[in-house]
Design a protein around this ligand. Structure first.
Ligand code: SF4
Length: 471
């Protein structure tokens, strides 16, 4: 590989959203409920195929979290990316269904690698990570709707998790049964509710084109995600159904019982889907990347998202979803970005609570930062004791190319005091609400371990897993 020049950031899009993401893969283990019909089974973590880059890296390092993280940190340094603010993404299978001891030792391995040495306990490793060089500012776990019960959630909080992605795929019990998901739509509703009330950012994985669906049904159920208060995810990954080797769908396809959507069908469907994604939701990804050798049939067009966005722009249809509006990405298609920022608040009901989506935007709706504030559904008696009588800040994010903690960069969004302004707006809203709702007595922030120091400076202090301030 040709080494980058001094100050050249190789693959800059990796850190455009403001943090440096590192994926770490768990050891292979079959899912306890059986196998979903579209999910490949190889001797690698469930749902992955042997040639995918994270699998190759993880296999080489025997799925050891310490080694995986250390080697990614090294690679990011070589590419000249900052490595002080790290987002950890745990991949492969359903991590929260693994033996609990394995989960704890895996998470400890992650923090130990970020800290650069092995500590005596997870608690100690987390404490060290609060002030170390490579801080974990966010941690994401992928799970199933039936593995987000109160105990799973409390464990995830103990791990320092801040975001949960749920495999929702489609809101239809009959299809769930057919594809062997072994959970129900009610599980999706309940897990979303619990996760939001615990302060997590909630992402959904959605799969258009599953057996027994059709484009009309997919679109109708997709719209339901944002019109029905039971759902309203903060983030989406949209993975059109592909037929992958070693799946039940492969057999269905060979017997002529199932056909994936054509590129034209999926293109038109995604256009309609993007039209309805609201401004509080971020579309993280469109299309799952499998090695061509493992794809039997289905759309393989990797640039699909770009095609959709280009078409929507050509049709003059505004794209409201977050990623398109983030300053880092907006710079790729806009020359002059107005730096005049105002703070706007969008209110909506979700999962029995009230959400305040506070965003720092310019006149073109380009996004410089955002904060998600929630008044949870049962504020008087939460299933998490520390959250009783508390409003919750589920996310604070200031955008821009990730820059090192303490470094000044006047052009970019980060470190311009925007975070403080967004927090001040949230605190004002909570104080106002508390005048009429005497049950609201404090604000809790679900904070990545490495961001606790930031909240301490704003007057928050640690209560078990949350940073909390009385109002
Ligand atoms: S739950 Fe996820 S990983 Fe497990 S079989 Fe289904 S799709 Fe695959």
């Amino acid at each position: 590989m040709k080494l980058p020049q001094v100050n050249e950031v190789r693959k800059p899009s990796k850190t455009l959203a403001g943090v440096t993401p590192i994926a770490v893969m768990v050891e292979p283990r079959p899912c306890s409920h059986g196998v979903c019909r579209y999910c490949p089974v190889f001797n690698v973590p469930q749902s992955y195929t042997p040639l995918s880059p994270p699998v190759l890296r993880a296999e080489r390092l025997k799925y050891d979290p310490y080694e995986q993280i250390s080697s990614r940190l090294e690679a990011f340094k070589v590419m000249n990316h900052p490595t002080d603010k790290i987002e950890i993404i745990i991949l492969g299978g359903t991590f929260l269904s693994y033996p609990v001891d394995y989960q704890y030792s895996f998470i400890k391995g992650i923090y130990d690698a970020l800290n650069g040495f092995k500590s005596n306990s997870l608690e100690e490793a987390k404490k060290i990570n609060e002030t170390t060089e490579h801080r974990c500012v966010a941690l994401c776990i992928e799970t199933r709707p039936d593995f987000a019960n109160p105990d799973d959630i409390k464990r995830a909080l103990d791990f320092g998790c801040t975001r949960m992605e749920i495999g929702v795929q489609i809101l239809d019990d009959e299809i769930y049964k057919h594809i062997n998901r072994a959970h129900t739509v009610q599980d999706v509703i309940d897990s979303t509710h619990r996760l939001k009330d615990a302060g997590f950012k909630v992402g959904y994985h959605i799969m258009p084109g599953l057996p027994r669906s059709n484009p009309e049904k997919d679109l109708k159920l997709f719209k339901e995600l944002f019109t029905n208060d039971n759902y309203k995810p903060d983030q989406l990954k949209i993975y059109p159904t592909q037929i992958i080797k070693n799946t039940g769908l492969e057999k269905d396809f060979q017997r002529g019982k199932f056909m994936p959507y054509t590129l034209e069908q999926i293109h038109s469907l995604l256009i309609e889907m993007f039209k309805v994604i609201p401004e509080y939701c971020r579309t993280m990804r469109v299309m799952r990347q499998f090695a061509p050798d493992h794809i039997i049939a289905g759309t393989t067009r990797i640039s699909l998202r770009k095609d959709i966005i280009d078409d929507l722009k050509a049709m003059n249809i505004p794209v409201k979803e977050i990623r398109f509006r983030e300053i880092g990405f907006a710079k790729q298609y806009m020359k002059d970005i107005d730096q005049d920022i105002e703070i706007k608040t969008l209110e909506y009901n979700a999962s029995g609570g009230k959400e305040y989506f506070i965003q720092a935007v310019n006149k073109d709706n380009i996004l410089f930062g955002l904060l998600r504030l929630r008044i949870p559904s049962n504020i008087k008696s939460s299933f998490i004791e520390e959250l009783n009588n508390s409003a919750i800040i589920r996310e604070l994010h200031v955008y821009g190319q990730s820059i090192a903690l303490g470094e000044k960069n006047l052009e970019e969004g980060q470190h311009k005091g925007l975070g403080k302004q967004l927090m001040a707006r949230a605190e004002d809203i909570v104080k106002d609400l508390s005048k009429t709702n005497k049950d609201i007595k404090k604000i809790a922030v679900i904070s990545g371990i490495g961001v606790r120091e930031y909240y301490k400076k704003l007057g928050y202090s640690l209560d078990k897993d949350y940073m909390i301030k009385e109002i």
